[in-house]
Design a protein around this ligand. Structure first.
Ligand code: F2R
Ligand code: MG
Ligand code: MG
Length: 309
């Protein structure tokens, strides 16, 4: 892949994630979303504002830009970066309990004890670690290294294994999507084998097998019925993967599929958008909505910086 293509794919990854978030944000919590409603949002002249998913993706991307190549993550700094963004932008639709983790970090707690403090000490298995993880795929040399870095970035706030493992799975999947060649046949089984080989535990292997076994012709509603569409990590990452497997060559259709399924539409749309944007690049994103996307210039710039780092 030449440098221009790599920059386009990196921009596609970040912009696809933000676009999925901003388009899905209008429908978060609804049971299903009709195509006409999605058409309205795509074509209205309004700015497409992103939510917590993209706020935290930006924090992680900025953190990675500041790092020496190959030096990983500074967990306490990253936790503070997330917490300061939460404090600065309270109206971005945050998860129900994540504020307790951020409050503890801002009060001086070490990240690991802050993350363990929620849900009676078990930590969160919300999808917040997976929804923000996509930039790690741009700095990790291999898919297993992306999974390991994703896991570390996830543990900073999500101490429950289901929460942090989800970040490993999504990071690995985005890395693999980046290494596919757009315009050539997409081998879904090979892709899922690759994700499974990075998988941190048997629970996620079985979630991937359930994703593989879901008929590719399923409607958004049928896919949500089998795979879930809620704010938990196990109840949302599989549907985002499925939306990408269903429409690997169209970021627009992958995101629309994810949103049409209802539930946690911004987050599942964002994770599907990251995957399809990574494979297809920014040039394949729908131009109208992209022009109206909040923060698009900075996301594109961060993609370039991370792609060339
Ligand atoms: N939460 C939302 N949107 C609904 C609220 C919107 C808001 N009212 C508004 O309109 O402004 N969106 C965002 O939250 C999800 C990411 O969540 P995150 O960051 O993981 O947060 P949290 O609070 O840790 O987990 C989310 C929920 O998951 C359940 N949960 C997690 N761990 C649990 C555990 N150990 N035991 C039981 N339940 C657990 C809880 O219901 C948490 O509230 C994204 O959708 C993002 O867009
Ligand atoms: Mg959100
Ligand atoms: Mg959400």
């Amino acid at each position: 892949m030449n440098a221009g293509d790599r920059r386009d794919r990196a921009a596609g990854l970040l912009l696809g994630a933000a676009l999925g978030d901003a388009l899905g944000a209008r429908f978060e919590g609804m049971s299903a979303v009709r195509a006409e409603r999605l058409d309205e949002v795509e074509t209205s002249g309004e700015e497409l504002r992103y939510t917590d998913d993209t706020v935290l993706t930006l924090v992680l991307a900025e953190h990675l830009v500041e790092q020496e190549p190959g030096s990983g993550i500074r967990s306490q700094d990253l936790a503070l970066g997330f917490a300061r963004a939460w404090r600065a932008e309270p109206g971005r639709g945050w998860g129900g309990s994540i504020g307790n983790v951020f409050r503890a970090v801002l009060a001086g707690s070490e990240w690991s004890s802050a993350a363990r403090s929620s849900f009676g000490g078990q930590g969160s298995y919300g999808n917040g670690a997976a929804m923000r993880v996509s930039p790690v795929a741009l700095v990790a040399p291999t898919a297993p290294e992306a999974a390991a870095l994703g896991q570390r970035s996830g543990e900073v706030t999500h101490a429950h294994p289901d929460g942090s493992h989800a970040a490993a799975v999504q990071a690995c999947a985005v890395h693999l999507a980046l290494s596919t060649t757009p315009g050539t046949a997409f081998d879904a089984d090979r892709f899922l084998d690759g994700v499974a080989s990075c998988c941190p535990d048997s629970r996620w292997i079985s979630l991937l097998e359930r994703t593989r076994a879901t008929p590719r012709s399923s409607s958004p509603g049928e896919a949500a019925e089998r795979l879930g569409n809620d704010v938990t990590a196990p109840g949302s990452v599989p549907l985002a993967l499925f939306a990408f497997l269903r429409h690997p060559d169209s970021p627009r259709e992958a995101v629309r599929f994810a949103i049409a399924a209802g539930g946690d539409t911004d987050t599942i749309g964002s994770m599907a958008g990251a995957l399809a944007g990574a494979r297809c690049g920014a040039t394949a994103l729908p131009p109208g909505p992209l022009r109206r996307l909040e923060g698009a210039a900075r996301l594109r710039e961060l993609g370039s910086l991370l792609a060339s780092g």
